[in-house]
Ligand binder design. Sequence first.
Ligand code: LP5
Ligand code: MN
Length: 271
Amino acid sequence: MPGTPSAPLTPSTSLPVLELPGTVWIASDLHLCEELPATREAFLAFLDVAASDADSLLLVGDVFDAWVGDDVIDAAPAWLAEIVAGLRTAAARLPVYLGPGNRDFLMGDHLAQATGTHRLQEPSVVHSAAGRFLLCHGDGLCTDDVAYQQFRAMVRNPAWQAQFLSRSLPERQAIARDLRAKSVAEKSRKAADIMDVNPDAVAQALRDAGVTRLVHGHTHRPDRHVFLLDEQRAERWVLPDWDLDDADAPRGGWLVADRDGFAFNDIGLDD
Ligand code: LP5
Ligand code: MN
Protein backbone atom coordinates (compact mmCIF):
# COMPACT_ATOMS: atom_id res chain seq x y z
CA MET A 1 0.00 0.00 0.00
CA PRO A 2 2.46 2.72 1.04
CA GLY A 3 4.49 3.71 -1.97
CA THR A 4 2.04 2.19 -4.41
CA PRO A 5 1.20 4.78 -7.03
CA SER A 6 -2.55 5.28 -7.31
CA ALA A 7 -4.48 6.68 -10.21
CA PRO A 8 -5.75 10.20 -9.56
CA LEU A 9 -9.50 10.39 -9.14
CA THR A 10 -11.27 11.49 -12.29
CA PRO A 11 -13.02 14.83 -11.83
CA SER A 12 -16.78 14.48 -12.03
CA THR A 13 -18.47 15.84 -15.11
CA SER A 14 -22.01 15.41 -13.85
CA LEU A 15 -22.19 17.23 -10.52
CA PRO A 16 -22.86 20.96 -10.29
CA VAL A 17 -19.65 22.95 -9.82
CA LEU A 18 -19.34 26.22 -7.91
CA GLU A 19 -16.33 28.40 -8.64
CA LEU A 20 -15.77 30.43 -5.48
CA PRO A 21 -12.58 32.49 -5.34
CA GLY A 22 -11.19 34.05 -2.16
CA THR A 23 -12.48 33.23 1.29
CA VAL A 24 -15.47 30.90 1.58
CA TRP A 25 -17.40 30.50 4.84
CA ILE A 26 -19.52 27.38 5.34
CA ALA A 27 -22.12 26.76 8.05
CA SER A 28 -25.11 24.49 8.61
CA ASP A 29 -27.55 23.20 11.21
CA LEU A 30 -28.57 26.47 12.84
CA HIS A 31 -32.16 25.21 13.24
CA LEU A 32 -33.48 28.76 13.44
CA CYS A 33 -36.94 29.06 14.96
CA GLU A 34 -39.01 31.25 17.23
CA GLU A 35 -37.92 29.34 20.34
CA LEU A 36 -34.16 29.99 19.90
CA PRO A 37 -33.68 33.78 20.20
CA ALA A 38 -29.99 33.70 21.16
CA THR A 39 -29.19 31.45 18.19
CA ARG A 40 -31.03 33.80 15.85
CA GLU A 41 -29.17 36.77 17.26
CA ALA A 42 -25.82 34.98 16.83
CA PHE A 43 -26.73 34.07 13.25
CA LEU A 44 -27.61 37.67 12.39
CA ALA A 45 -24.29 38.84 13.87
CA PHE A 46 -22.51 36.06 11.94
CA LEU A 47 -24.10 37.23 8.66
CA ASP A 48 -22.82 40.71 9.31
CA VAL A 49 -19.24 39.55 9.95
CA ALA A 50 -19.39 37.18 6.96
CA ALA A 51 -20.37 40.06 4.73
CA SER A 52 -17.20 41.93 5.64
CA ASP A 53 -14.72 39.05 6.11
CA ALA A 54 -15.75 36.45 3.51
CA ASP A 55 -16.11 36.48 -0.27
CA SER A 56 -18.96 33.98 -0.27
CA LEU A 57 -21.14 32.18 2.24
CA LEU A 58 -22.48 28.64 1.90
CA LEU A 59 -25.31 27.57 4.22
CA VAL A 60 -25.57 23.83 3.80
CA GLY A 61 -28.94 22.86 5.20
CA ASP A 62 -31.03 22.93 8.36
CA VAL A 63 -30.66 26.68 8.58
CA PHE A 64 -34.29 26.47 9.67
CA ASP A 65 -35.72 24.08 12.23
CA ALA A 66 -38.57 23.28 9.86
CA TRP A 67 -39.50 24.81 6.50
CA VAL A 68 -43.01 23.96 5.35
CA GLY A 69 -43.05 26.05 2.16
CA ASP A 70 -41.90 29.46 0.93
CA ASP A 71 -45.34 30.98 1.45
CA VAL A 72 -44.43 31.35 5.15
CA ILE A 73 -42.49 34.49 4.24
CA ASP A 74 -45.57 36.21 2.77
CA ALA A 75 -47.01 36.69 6.25
CA ALA A 76 -43.86 36.04 8.22
CA PRO A 77 -43.83 36.22 12.01
CA ALA A 78 -41.45 38.92 13.33
CA TRP A 79 -38.60 36.51 14.06
CA LEU A 80 -38.66 35.10 10.52
CA ALA A 81 -39.02 38.52 8.90
CA GLU A 82 -35.85 39.51 10.75
CA ILE A 83 -33.95 36.48 9.42
CA VAL A 84 -35.19 37.11 5.87
CA ALA A 85 -34.07 40.75 6.15
CA GLY A 86 -30.69 39.66 7.53
CA LEU A 87 -30.16 37.25 4.64
CA ARG A 88 -31.17 39.95 2.16
CA THR A 89 -28.73 42.47 3.66
CA ALA A 90 -25.90 39.93 3.59
CA ALA A 91 -26.73 38.73 0.07
CA ALA A 92 -26.47 42.30 -1.18
CA ARG A 93 -22.84 42.30 -0.02
CA LEU A 94 -21.61 38.81 -0.96
CA PRO A 95 -22.98 35.72 -2.71
CA VAL A 96 -24.98 33.65 -0.21
CA TYR A 97 -26.00 30.09 -1.10
CA LEU A 98 -28.79 28.19 0.66
CA GLY A 99 -28.76 24.40 0.41
CA PRO A 100 -31.37 21.88 1.53
CA GLY A 101 -31.20 20.00 4.81
CA ASN A 102 -33.51 17.28 6.05
CA ARG A 103 -35.65 19.89 7.82
CA ASP A 104 -35.69 22.69 5.24
CA PHE A 105 -35.50 20.91 1.88
CA LEU A 106 -38.71 22.70 0.87
CA MET A 107 -36.86 26.04 0.61
CA GLY A 108 -37.46 27.20 -2.94
CA ASP A 109 -37.21 29.96 -5.53
CA HIS A 110 -39.53 32.37 -3.74
CA LEU A 111 -37.31 32.45 -0.65
CA ALA A 112 -34.22 32.78 -2.86
CA GLN A 113 -35.74 35.73 -4.72
CA ALA A 114 -36.97 37.42 -1.55
CA THR A 115 -33.52 37.21 0.03
CA GLY A 116 -31.33 37.59 -3.06
CA THR A 117 -29.66 34.28 -2.20
CA HIS A 118 -28.75 31.46 -4.57
CA ARG A 119 -30.09 27.95 -4.27
CA LEU A 120 -27.29 25.49 -3.62
CA GLN A 121 -27.72 22.20 -5.42
CA GLU A 122 -26.86 19.17 -3.39
CA PRO A 123 -24.34 17.68 -3.69
CA SER A 124 -22.10 20.23 -5.37
CA VAL A 125 -18.39 20.33 -6.04
CA VAL A 126 -16.75 23.55 -4.90
CA HIS A 127 -13.63 24.89 -6.59
CA SER A 128 -12.09 27.17 -3.96
CA ALA A 129 -8.75 28.74 -3.08
CA ALA A 130 -8.44 25.82 -0.62
CA GLY A 131 -8.84 23.35 -3.48
CA ARG A 132 -11.74 21.22 -4.63
CA PHE A 133 -14.24 19.60 -2.30
CA LEU A 134 -17.60 17.93 -2.25
CA LEU A 135 -20.35 19.65 -0.27
CA CYS A 136 -23.64 18.24 1.00
CA HIS A 137 -25.87 18.35 4.07
CA GLY A 138 -24.90 14.80 5.03
CA ASP A 139 -28.24 13.10 5.74
CA GLY A 140 -28.07 11.22 2.44
CA LEU A 141 -24.83 9.57 3.59
CA CYS A 142 -26.42 8.08 6.74
CA THR A 143 -27.37 4.96 4.83
CA ASP A 144 -27.46 2.67 7.90
CA ASP A 145 -30.48 4.62 9.16
CA VAL A 146 -32.85 2.69 6.93
CA ALA A 147 -36.05 4.14 8.44
CA TYR A 148 -34.79 7.65 7.78
CA GLN A 149 -33.70 6.85 4.21
CA GLN A 150 -37.18 5.49 3.46
CA PHE A 151 -38.71 8.65 4.89
CA ARG A 152 -36.24 10.76 2.90
CA ALA A 153 -37.05 9.03 -0.38
CA MET A 154 -40.73 9.72 0.25
CA VAL A 155 -40.44 13.42 1.11
CA ARG A 156 -37.91 14.17 -1.65
CA ASN A 157 -40.35 12.88 -4.27
CA PRO A 158 -41.63 15.91 -6.28
CA ALA A 159 -45.19 14.50 -6.51
CA TRP A 160 -45.26 13.99 -2.74
CA GLN A 161 -43.96 17.53 -2.21
CA ALA A 162 -46.61 19.04 -4.50
CA GLN A 163 -49.30 17.19 -2.58
CA PHE A 164 -47.87 18.35 0.77
CA LEU A 165 -47.60 21.96 -0.42
CA SER A 166 -51.24 21.92 -1.56
CA ARG A 167 -52.31 21.60 2.10
CA SER A 168 -53.10 24.73 4.11
CA LEU A 169 -50.24 26.42 5.97
CA PRO A 170 -51.62 25.60 9.45
CA GLU A 171 -52.06 21.98 8.38
CA ARG A 172 -48.45 21.78 7.13
CA GLN A 173 -47.19 23.43 10.32
CA ALA A 174 -49.07 20.89 12.43
CA ILE A 175 -47.60 17.99 10.40
CA ALA A 176 -44.10 19.46 10.77
CA ARG A 177 -44.53 19.84 14.55
CA ASP A 178 -45.71 16.25 14.76
CA LEU A 179 -42.80 15.02 12.66
CA ARG A 180 -40.25 16.91 14.72
CA ALA A 181 -41.62 15.28 17.87
CA LYS A 182 -41.59 11.86 16.17
CA SER A 183 -38.00 12.42 15.05
CA VAL A 184 -36.81 13.28 18.58
CA ALA A 185 -38.51 10.15 19.93
CA GLU A 186 -37.13 7.95 17.12
CA LYS A 187 -33.61 9.26 17.60
CA SER A 188 -33.65 8.43 21.31
CA ARG A 189 -34.35 4.81 20.31
CA LYS A 190 -31.77 4.54 17.49
CA ALA A 191 -28.18 3.42 18.01
CA ALA A 192 -25.78 6.36 17.73
CA ASP A 193 -23.65 4.71 15.04
CA ILE A 194 -26.49 4.32 12.55
CA MET A 195 -27.08 8.08 12.80
CA ASP A 196 -23.58 8.79 11.52
CA VAL A 197 -22.45 8.72 7.90
CA ASN A 198 -21.61 5.34 6.41
CA PRO A 199 -17.92 5.11 5.36
CA ASP A 200 -18.74 3.30 2.11
CA ALA A 201 -21.33 5.93 1.19
CA VAL A 202 -18.73 8.63 1.87
CA ALA A 203 -16.10 6.86 -0.24
CA GLN A 204 -18.51 6.38 -3.13
CA ALA A 205 -19.68 10.00 -3.01
CA LEU A 206 -16.06 11.17 -3.19
CA ARG A 207 -15.27 8.79 -6.06
CA ASP A 208 -18.34 9.98 -7.96
CA ALA A 209 -17.26 13.58 -7.44
CA GLY A 210 -13.62 12.90 -8.30
CA VAL A 211 -12.31 14.69 -5.17
CA THR A 212 -10.72 13.63 -1.90
CA ARG A 213 -12.37 16.11 0.48
CA LEU A 214 -15.91 16.24 1.78
CA VAL A 215 -17.62 18.93 3.85
CA HIS A 216 -20.97 18.16 5.44
CA GLY A 217 -23.14 18.84 8.47
CA HIS A 218 -26.24 17.10 9.85
CA THR A 219 -24.65 14.70 12.35
CA HIS A 220 -23.80 17.43 14.89
CA ARG A 221 -20.40 15.77 15.40
CA PRO A 222 -17.96 18.48 14.34
CA ASP A 223 -14.60 17.01 13.48
CA ARG A 224 -11.95 16.52 10.84
CA HIS A 225 -11.52 12.90 9.79
CA VAL A 226 -8.47 11.82 7.78
CA PHE A 227 -8.65 8.46 5.99
CA LEU A 228 -7.46 6.58 2.93
CA LEU A 229 -9.64 6.59 -0.16
CA ASP A 230 -8.35 4.17 -2.78
CA GLU A 231 -4.86 4.71 -1.35
CA GLN A 232 -5.07 8.47 -1.42
CA ARG A 233 -5.27 10.73 1.62
CA ALA A 234 -8.83 11.94 2.05
CA GLU A 235 -10.53 14.29 4.51
CA ARG A 236 -14.06 14.67 5.85
CA TRP A 237 -14.86 17.92 7.62
CA VAL A 238 -18.04 17.84 9.72
CA LEU A 239 -19.72 21.16 10.51
CA PRO A 240 -21.03 21.89 14.01
CA ASP A 241 -24.66 22.54 14.86
CA TRP A 242 -25.56 25.83 16.54
CA ASP A 243 -27.47 26.29 19.78
CA LEU A 244 -26.74 29.46 21.69
CA ASP A 245 -29.90 28.91 23.72
CA ASP A 246 -28.63 25.71 25.32
CA ALA A 247 -27.37 27.06 28.66
CA ASP A 248 -25.45 23.84 29.39
CA ALA A 249 -23.68 23.54 26.04
CA PRO A 250 -23.91 26.74 24.00
CA ARG A 251 -22.26 26.15 20.63
CA GLY A 252 -21.90 27.15 17.03
CA GLY A 253 -19.26 27.68 14.41
CA TRP A 254 -18.30 27.52 10.78
CA LEU A 255 -15.61 26.38 8.37
CA VAL A 256 -13.32 28.81 6.59
CA ALA A 257 -11.88 27.70 3.23
CA ASP A 258 -9.22 29.99 1.82
CA ARG A 259 -5.73 29.93 0.35
CA ASP A 260 -4.39 28.59 3.68
CA GLY A 261 -6.71 25.56 3.51
CA PHE A 262 -9.60 24.67 5.83
CA ALA A 263 -10.04 25.85 9.42
CA PHE A 264 -12.88 25.73 11.91
CA ASN A 265 -13.98 28.97 13.50
CA ASP A 266 -15.88 28.99 16.76
CA ILE A 267 -18.76 31.37 17.33
CA GLY A 268 -16.78 33.08 20.11
CA LEU A 269 -18.90 32.55 23.18
CA ASP A 270 -16.68 34.66 25.42
CA ASP A 271 -17.65 37.89 23.65
O1 LP5 B 1 -33.96 16.26 12.17
P1 LP5 B 1 -33.40 15.42 13.25
O2 LP5 B 1 -32.00 15.79 13.62
O3 LP5 B 1 -34.31 15.38 14.45
O4 LP5 B 1 -33.39 13.89 12.75
C1 LP5 B 1 -33.08 13.53 11.42
C2 LP5 B 1 -34.15 12.57 10.92
N1 LP5 B 1 -35.46 13.16 11.07
C3 LP5 B 1 -36.00 13.91 10.12
C4 LP5 B 1 -37.39 14.43 10.38
C5 LP5 B 1 -37.31 15.93 10.61
O5 LP5 B 1 -36.71 16.24 11.85
C6 LP5 B 1 -38.72 16.52 10.56
C7 LP5 B 1 -38.66 17.74 9.72
C8 LP5 B 1 -39.93 18.46 9.70
C9 LP5 B 1 -39.83 19.72 8.89
C10 LP5 B 1 -40.05 19.52 7.43
C11 LP5 B 1 -41.44 19.78 7.10
C12 LP5 B 1 -41.70 19.70 5.67
C13 LP5 B 1 -41.89 18.35 5.14
C14 LP5 B 1 -42.91 17.54 5.89
C15 LP5 B 1 -42.56 16.11 5.76
C16 LP5 B 1 -43.73 15.24 6.15
O6 LP5 B 1 -35.43 14.22 9.09
C17 LP5 B 1 -34.10 11.27 11.69
C18 LP5 B 1 -32.69 10.71 11.61
C19 LP5 B 1 -31.72 11.73 12.16
O7 LP5 B 1 -31.81 12.93 11.40
C20 LP5 B 1 -30.26 11.27 12.13
O8 LP5 B 1 -29.81 11.14 10.80
O9 LP5 B 1 -32.63 9.51 12.35
O10 LP5 B 1 -34.97 10.36 11.03
C21 LP5 B 1 -36.17 10.08 11.57
O11 LP5 B 1 -36.41 10.33 12.73
C22 LP5 B 1 -37.15 9.43 10.62
C23 LP5 B 1 -37.81 8.22 11.25
O12 LP5 B 1 -36.88 7.20 11.50
C24 LP5 B 1 -38.93 7.75 10.37
C25 LP5 B 1 -40.09 8.72 10.41
C26 LP5 B 1 -41.33 8.07 9.99
C27 LP5 B 1 -42.44 9.07 10.04
C28 LP5 B 1 -43.41 8.81 8.94
C29 LP5 B 1 -44.52 9.79 8.99
C30 LP5 B 1 -44.95 10.23 7.65
C31 LP5 B 1 -45.90 11.37 7.77
C32 LP5 B 1 -46.23 12.02 6.47
C33 LP5 B 1 -47.11 13.19 6.73
C34 LP5 B 1 -47.72 13.75 5.54
MN1 MN C 1 -29.90 17.73 9.38
